[in-house]
Design a binder for this molecule. Structure first.
Ligand SMILES: Nc1nc2c(c(=O)[nH]1)N=C([C@H](O)[C@@H](O)CO)CN2
Length: 119
């Protein structure tokens, strides 16, 4: 299966489980991979024949900037729901990075995979 991807989409948001984290905005970085048939899009050579990754990015940024969740897991599930419902994505992998959130670790976060991979 072919896929479209977005790497390290940076968004400032309120996220975290501690009191101090409810007072600030922190940067998260988001990787997306979405199942999409490249041959169909190429044959038409039109963005309407596939998933518009720029439209996806705009929508994800809008959602994440406005969210106020505690866990990176909650953010990932919210994005998955948007990709499924609004963009018709059948298979996806979503990674939320929260770089620098844990002292001594370069990066922490969550990766979820949802949907069925088409052949
Ligand atoms: N499984 C998770 N564990 C933790 C999360 C999280 O979102 N999911 N978050 C935190 C804190 O907010 C941390 O990122 C800030 O230092 C800790 N554990």
């Amino acid at each position: 299966m072919d896929s479209l991807f977005v790497k390290a989409l940076k968004v400032e948001t309120r996220i975290g489980i501690y009191d101090w984290e409810r007072q600030v905005r922190q940067r998260v970085e988001i990787d997306l991979e979405m199942g999409a048939a490249a041959a169909q899009a190429a044959a038409a050579d039109r963005v309407e024949a596939t998933i518009d990754y720029q439209a996806v990015c705009r929508r994800v940024v809008d959602y994440v900037e406005g969210s106020e969740v505690q866990l990176v897991e909650t953010l990932a599930e919210g994005i998955a729901e948007i990709l499924r419902r609004e963009f018709g994505v059948g298979w996806m992998q979503i990674t939320i990075h929260k770089p620098g959130a844990v002292r001594g670790a370069e990066d922490v976060g969550v990766r979820i995979t949802r949907g069925r991979r088409a052949d």
